[in-house]
Design a protein around this ligand. Structure first.
Ligand code: FAD
Length: 465
């Protein structure tokens, strides 16, 4: 269908809209350019109109009008996803949620927010009342809660509090359907995961209640080591420690640290780096742990001290920020996402490095999964071509490491290799016309004609709840 976007914008009144081409183009992008493969696929995909709803009624109006015009809809938070999740592959309406951003309630162990709330602002409001988010992404300064729940998985806090999908981390959420009369639905308990990590395909998340934990006086710590094996061993020891609290443990190959100019003079050059956040009262125990692995504590600063020294948050050298620091200097870098076999074995990680070659520089994160500490590698890859990228993946897999494709813009890619028929049944309930970002599901076109109950019949018997 050809849509008359002027008529569409008029029908949205009084919702604020943007039709100016360069802004619409900018809001059609996220961090997909991390991947040369996705960059080639997505760089010319743009939406037609941006809407900035400010209230539940305005969101409902956007969805009612899009439903009437049969317009594709792409929901957008901060636009920091790195698989093109927020790119409108079929053009259409960009539903920018950032003007719907109130913090609604802060209580003991929880915060309720409107989905467009900025994560940094939520953390600041929580800190003032003695709380902090149990888990948040390293992009907190830009990202929204709705985008984190819609597209994220883990982050700062995961080493202590697990993955976002673990029971109790997302306490409840509300999402709105794309129908002639849009309705809000409440999701609690196991049902939350029908919406979490659905990339905006299954409904518009409007309100989220997240777990919070008591705020602590976190110190950003950087320790350096002669060998990556020692560095990784220290990371694993800290992640498991009974004596030292932590909400971040990342280890970074020395060659990557050469791309951290802001840390020059603050960490020993040409050494492997462990980045952590440790509570002030545990600093002595942390120093002993680092010394046990023959490391040196080069930096230990509070947020205020880091700011005074004009240094960023330490977590901006962790998670996908590590890749970003390298990309700032050289656009030929990219990355992979690889699971280390559990329990993580430093000798096995060290033995793998020479097999991978000089174009792969390791960077590991530690997180709690099913009550166990796990590790995953987000290595820097010096990209030459796709066959070499796939060869590197095969080397990892041959040694028993699990590769989660970081170069695919399909919800069935990455960590979720198979079609999730439970998700798709909810998509059918919440978005019967398939207007929400449907080009990002490989399987949707095969089930779109079925009822939600028929789609649920396709769920394999051994599927996880
Ligand atoms: P967007 O990119 O705007 O959206 C993400 C997805 O959610 C899209 O599919 C979008 O359609 C959907 N969506 C957005 N809002 C809603 C809504 N209200 N309802 C339904 N769907 C919605 N991820 C992590 O998990 N942990 C990390 O530590 C982390 N670090 C990162 C570091 C860098 C430098 C970069 C580039 C990315 C990183 N990511 C990380 C990925 C991404 O930043 C996070 O997932 C982030 O939380 C996304 O939030 P956002 O508001 O930017 O979402």
């Amino acid at each position: 269908t050809v849509i008359d976007w002027e008529a569409f914008a008029c029908a949205l009144d009084p919702v604020e809209t943007i039709s100016e081409t360069s802004t619409v183009k900018r809001r059609s992008r996220d961090f997909f350019w991390y991947s040369p493969i996705l960059n080639a696929q997505l760089k010319r995909s743009f939406g037609d109109l941006v809407a900035l709803p400010q209230s539940i009624d305005e969101i409902a109006q956007c969805l009612r009008v899009a439903h009437a015009f049969d317009a594709p809809i792409t929901i957008r938070g901060g636009g920091t996803g790195n698989y093109g999740q927020a790119v409108p592959m079929d053009g259409g309406l960009i539903l920018d949620m950032t003007a719907f951003s109130d913090i609604l309630d802060i209580g003991d162990g929880f915060v309720t927010v409107q989905a467009g709330a900025n994560i940094k602002e939520v953390n600041e409001a929580l800190n003032a009342k003695g709380w902090e988010l149990a888990i948040f992404p390293s992009t907190q300064d830009i990202a929204t809660i709705g985008g984190f729940v819609g597209g994220g998985s883990s982050g700062i806090g995961s080493v202590a509090n697990g993955m976002l999908r673990d029971p109790g981390n997302i306490l409840s959420l509300r999402a709105m359907s794309v129908t002639a009369a849009p309705e809000e639905h409440l999701f609690e308990g196991d049902a939350i995961n029908h919406m979490h990590h659905a990339w905006g395909l299954n409904g518009v998340i409007t309100e989220v209640t997240l777990r919070t934990v008591p705020h602590r006086d976190w110190i950003g710590c950087m320790a350096t080591f002669d060998s990556y094996e020692e560095c990784f061993s220290a990371g694993y020891a800290l992640a498991q420690s009974a004596e030292v609290g932590r909400k971040l443990v990342s280890t970074v190959d020395a060659r990557i640290c050469a791309y951290f100019p802001k840390l020059e003079g603050h960490i020993r050059p040409e050494k492997h780096l462990m980045v952590s956040l440790v509570p002030r009262e545990d600093l002595d125990a942390y120093r002993s742990l680092v010394a046990m692995q023959s490391g040196s504590v080069d930096l230990a600063m509070s947020e205020a001290e880091l700011a005074a020294a004009k240094l960023p948050h330490v977590f901006e050298f962790s998670y996908n920020h590590t890749t970003l620091q390298v990309l700032k200097a050289d656009r030929s870098a990219t990355y992979l996402q690889v699971g280390v076999p559990t329990p993580p074995d430093p000798a096995k990680v060290a033995a793998l490095a020479p097999k991978l070659g000089d174009d792969v520089w390791m960077h590991h994160e530690f997180a709690l999964l099913n009550k166990e500490i796990v590790s995953f590698d987000l290595p820097i890859i010096w990209f030459t071509d796709e066959p070499r990228l796939r060869e590197i993946e095969a080397i990892y897999e041959k040694d028993g490491f699990a590769v989660y494709d970081a170069h695919i813009c399909m919800v069935e890619g990455g960590g979720l290799k198979n079609a999730d028929y439970r998700h798709l049944a909810w998509k059918k309930r919440m978005d019967p016309k398939g207007l929400l970002n449907s080009a990002k599901s490989r399987e949707w076109k095969n089930v779109a004609h079925l009822s939600p109950e028929q789609i649920e019949e396709l769920i394999p018997e051994d599927a996880d709840v």
